[in-house]
Ligand binder design. Structure first.
Ligand SMILES: *Cc1c(COP(=O)(O)O)cnc(C)c1O
Length: 421
């Protein structure tokens, strides 16, 4: 069971809202740090274990720096994410560049930063050579195809656009070795938002087996296996968080059996988690603007799908707390909506909640990853601010809200006035 508490009191939230109008996202620094330490501790048996935080989950420099201080690197997949990482002083092999369909300039930037480049396709070997040169350290993304089943969000590997086939992995490593590469890693990403700990043990097993075969068949000795992201979080109160100690112990057992006994030790274990790192520790705070009673009862917020797309996109459950009514009976049923002209702009459908009044503050849980980051400007909606609840309980604005000027800045309105159609 996941406990859906808030890291701030109602009084504290009221004070925060006085300074920072709703809607906003707020992140709990203390919980993020504790969770980062938990992950590092779970894998401390593995020399060189490293988590590269998937920047796309929460691309904010303040969060990246908090995580970097805990020993995390960054996992980037675009030019902007590389530059953001660089701006935080996170460079070199602290960056994992796991992109796909990659433009040449992104490979050039990644190489210039000394990032570990994780290629998505065998054809990218020649592409990389042509535009940036083959680096000494290189990694390939493996797609096991029929050999593994995926899950809902990411789908089955065989239907996924990512990675090298099994044959291509062998061919590719021989090729880059001939081109001068000297250090090698392998990556795979087969499930997203997965709560079953065994899934990650199985993934490690698959990569350990591959490490053995690469050594035996083509004398490629891997330096790391990258299990990527995909560790789920308990969005629903009745779900439970993945027990990282369980995952780690399962992987350690396989490591001893397969890696150590085949003289492949040391082999570093890497991860690129996003969701489990910040997801549960970010909240979307919003005020009730309207109530509407037609065939169903609706509660309309000042936030919308542009602030948190997951419910509309995946029909995802996000827990909602009505502040000050935590202990009230859940004896009303509402659809909680935003203001987009899209009927899937709903944070909750047929949700049992306490009686809600106009002006109530609703806190939407588990918005700390793929939340603000997935924001968009459809319907002219402006993206909200991001706040950080610091360990000393102070609040820092880590991204201001967008303004109308931001919204219009890519248009030349003066030129449009002079324009006649
Ligand atoms: C999205 C992504 C991740 C992070 O996934 P989470 O589900 O947030 O853990 C890691 N690596 C790559 C290549 C990704 O695309």
């Amino acid at each position: 069971m996941a406990v859906k508490n808030l890291p701030f009191s109602e009084t504290q939230l009221t004070e925060i809202i006085k300074k920072h109008p709703t809607p906003f996202h707020i992140y709990d620094e203390k919980a993020i740090v504790e969770n980062a330490r938990y992950l590092n501790k779970a894998f401390s048996w593995n020399e060189g274990f490293k988590e590269y935080f998937a920047v796309k989950a929460a691309p904010n420099p303040f969060l990246l720096k908090i995580l970097y201080k805990e020993g995390f690197g960054t996992d980037c997949s675009s030019l902007s994410e590389l530059i953001l990482s660089e701006q935080c002083g996170i460079v070199g092999e602290e960056i994992m560049f796991s992109s796909n369909d990659t433009p040449a300039e992104e490979f050039v930037k990644a190489k210039e930063l000394g990032a570990t480049i994780n290629l998505d396709d065998i054809s990218h070997i020649d592409f990389l050579e042509k535009h940036a040169g083959i680096p000494e350290l290189i990694s390939f993304r493996y797609n096991p195809g029929k050999l593994r089943k995926g899950n809902f969000i990411i789908g089955d590997p065989e239907e996924s656009k990512y990675g090298f086939t099994r044959e291509q992995i062998f061919e590719g490593f021989k090729k880059v070795r001939d081109m001068g590469a000297k250090r090698f890693g392998i990556h795979t990403f087969v499930a997203s938002n997965e709560l079953n700990p065994q899934f990650f043990v199985d993934t490690a097993n698959m990569l350990f087996e591959l490490a053995i075969e690469l050594k035996e068949q083509i004398d490629i000795r891997l330096e790391f296996v990258n299990l990527s992201g995909g560790i789920g979080i308990p969005y629903k109160p009745e779900q439970s968080a993945v027990d990282l100690d369980l995952v780690s112990n399962g992987i350690k057992k396989l490591y001893d059996e397969k890696i150590v006994s085949n003289q492949l030790h040391p082999l570093k274990i890497f991860m690129e988690c996003g969701r489990m790192v910040t997801g549960p520790y970010g909240y979307l705070v919003s005020e009730v603007l309207h109530k509407k009673e037609i065939y169903r009862n609706y509660v309309g917020l000042d936030a919308c799908m542009a602030n948190l797309m997951r419910p509309g996109l995946y029909n995802a459950y996000h827990h909602i707390t009505v502040t000050g009514k935590e202990d009230a009976p859940l004896d009303h049923v509402y659809d909680v909506t935003g203001s987009l002209c899209e009927n899937n702009d709903k944070f909750a459908v047929n949700r049992n909640l306490p009686k809600i009044d106009i002006g109530d503050i609703l806190v939407i849980h588990d918005a700390g990853a793929h939340g603000h980051a997935m924001g968009f400007n459809y319907n002219g909606k402006l993206r909200s601010a991001e706040l950080l609840l610091r360990t000393d309980n102070s609040v820092l604005e880590i991204r201001r809200a967008e303004t109308l000027d931001d919204y219009f800045c890519t248009l030349d309105l003066n030129a449009s006035k002079a324009f006649s159609a």
